[in-house]
Design a protein around this ligand. Sequence first.
Ligand SMILES: NC(=O)c1ccc[n+]([C@@H]2O[C@H](COP(=O)([O-])OP(=O)(O)OC[C@H]3O[C@@H](n4cnc5c(N)ncnc54)[C@H](OP(=O)(O)O)[C@@H]3O)[C@@H](O)[C@H]2O)c1
Length: 314
Amino acid sequence: MAPSASAFTEMAWVVTGPTSGIGYRTALELAAHGTVILVGRSRAKLDDVEREIRSGGGNAVSVVADLSDVVSARSAATEIAALGMPIAGVLNNAGIMPLRPFTSVQGWDGAFATNHLGPFALTEALIPSLPDGTNVVFITSAVEDPERRIAVAAGFRGSRYISADASARGDWLSPGGSKLPGADAYASSKQGNLVTALAFAREFPRLRFNAVEPGVNPGSNLSRDSSVAVRLLAKYVISPIAPLFKYFTTPKRAAKVITTVLVNRSDSTGVYFDEKGRPMRGSVDAESPAFQDRYVAETRALLRTVPVDDLPSA
Ligand SMILES: NC(=O)c1ccc[n+]([C@@H]2O[C@H](COP(=O)([O-])OP(=O)(O)OC[C@H]3O[C@@H](n4cnc5c(N)ncnc54)[C@H](OP(=O)(O)O)[C@@H]3O)[C@@H](O)[C@H]2O)c1
């Protein structure tokens, strides 16, 4: 679908994972602030969101990309840059929390690839075409912190990052194997989002990089691998009362907080916001610039093993 002529004169906002949950709600919110560049893996689902934004009087364009595939992520950056739109913000939101491990196109742990490697590759490839002051926001998760009590109670043990190579192999520092490889992969990859935001904020001072922990959202589809009973309970019983509990929220509320962080025109960079939009602390590792730089350097070294001129798979 072609955007209307006025679309190219207003600010544009890139949103990954706009077809469900938090990203979907944020895309609808951002439509009030300019054109939304929707980045997702399903053309049909993107068309639905695009149609909904247009029917509300907004503008949207879609770019199809599978973020578990680094080549597809880089190709999306090229496509976004070719749109020639004045990008004001980028929301790295797409993410998964699979119960069981799987392997990406590049042969890497699927959750680590989808949550960290793909968004990292997309962002790095997009940086040269971002105007000064662009606000790049990464949606992370506090489960990266082994001291986060609510996450530990839910079975997480914080990030298990050893190195980017080890994470790509699905090695979560568990002699004899990980009991919950999905949780370990999720926590370690979400730490990747946080350290990327904090390291890039130092590395690219002409841009802004911030991170948001969006709160516990039982109303999203992140737990889509759970049993039908758990999903129904989460969506229809817990989600309506979620805001009554500490750390819990709804995709609609989370979207408002994320939109506020994204459209904020202050100079704030390198800030990690909680589900209410207040600055919060990450894990000890994530807050260490030396650790952030190691994580980023190892990620870059791993991504260099995939040549930049590789073509996306058909
Ligand atoms: N829900 C929570 O409690 C919670 C808490 C902390 C952090 N977060 C973070 O919030 C973000 C959004 O999650 P959510 O809760 O809104 O989950 P969700 O409802 O499952 O939405 C995830 C989005 O990511 C997209 N996506 C998944 N794999 C992709 C891939 N390979 N390539 C491109 N897009 C892909 C999905 O696309 P499809 O529609 O095609 O599947 C969907 O649009 C994630 O980064 C998550 O880690 C969530």
